[in-house]
Design a protein around this ligand. Sequence first.
Ligand SMILES: Nc1nc2c(ncn2[C@@H]2O[C@H](COP(=O)(O)OP(=O)(O)OP(=O)(O)O)[C@@H](O)[C@H]2O)c(=O)[nH]1
Ligand SMILES: [Mg+2]
Length: 295
Amino acid sequence: MKCGTVTIIGRPNAGKSSLINALLKTHALIISPKPQTTRNAVRCIYNDDNAQIIFTDTPGMFRPDSRDKLGLFLNDEILDALDGSDVILWLVDSGTRKLHPDDLEISGMLPKNVPVVLAVSKSDKSDPSHALRLYSELYPFTAKVSLSAKTRHGIDDLMAALMPLIPEGEAVYDPDILMDTTEKFMAAEIIREKVLMLLRDEVPHCVAVVIDEYKSPEEYPDRKKLYIRASLITETEGQKKIVIGSKGEMIKRIGELSRKAVEEVTGIPVYLELWAKVIPHWRRNPLSLKRLGYS
Ligand SMILES: Nc1nc2c(ncn2[C@@H]2O[C@H](COP(=O)(O)OP(=O)(O)OP(=O)(O)O)[C@@H](O)[C@H]2O)c(=O)[nH]1
Ligand SMILES: [Mg+2]
């Protein structure tokens, strides 16, 4: 039996979360076309007859402004995840024409003596050969693959490249566990995914989701539905108005889509109540970040 951790890193939007979903054949992690979708390092567990691999998803790497305390937290999440990894998987977009300063930042973060595998993502969209050459000149990778999370092309090649690098060991997670996180966290993420999907420009980046109440029929047998009360936190009154929308249409739409998605994940009927609130400039305030679970 083999058991080990593979941390996936890369620039925002490279397709890290999509790749883990493809590896686990599920929609466990939220994805969106907007950068900085992922805000927390999340461990997702892959099992087969001979191995357990703990894939850690991380936020996309970018260098934040020193006032952007959320951005600094995201960077810390990446560094913490890298610490203690057996293998690092650096995912880059096949459409990359030239290296970005954040690529140099990533190569500088990589711990010595840990194998680093290069994966070029979205091979269904662009020819991966240019990106393969570009990054090969930057770092001495242990292995290189190109793949598409969308078509699943190259997913088997990736597993074949990773498996020899995973140490011998017994499984640490029960094979029924898909993610090392809570249902509450997943519900908040689903709501944030719908915010990213429905709201434009910078607004989704200014939104945090807090679950104020979560009462499941498992815990409260007199309830037939999972009751969730959640708040959409924005930084300004203007953003709050956008989140609510004209006559409350936007928040209603976010609520409807989120409710359906949570029902799909949990398999039980859901009653979801959404509220919009302002915490002024929460992304710059360490205390607010802590309150919102980013600490
Ligand atoms: N065509 C194509 N699109 C993909 C593929 N993988 C991901 N995408 C798209 O790329 C966008 C970003 O995907 P994510 O998985 O959210 O990227 P990420 O690296 O996790 O992004 P952050 O969390 O923001 O760092 C989404 O619109 C995905 O649908 C792929 O293999 N092919
Ligand atoms: Mg992501």
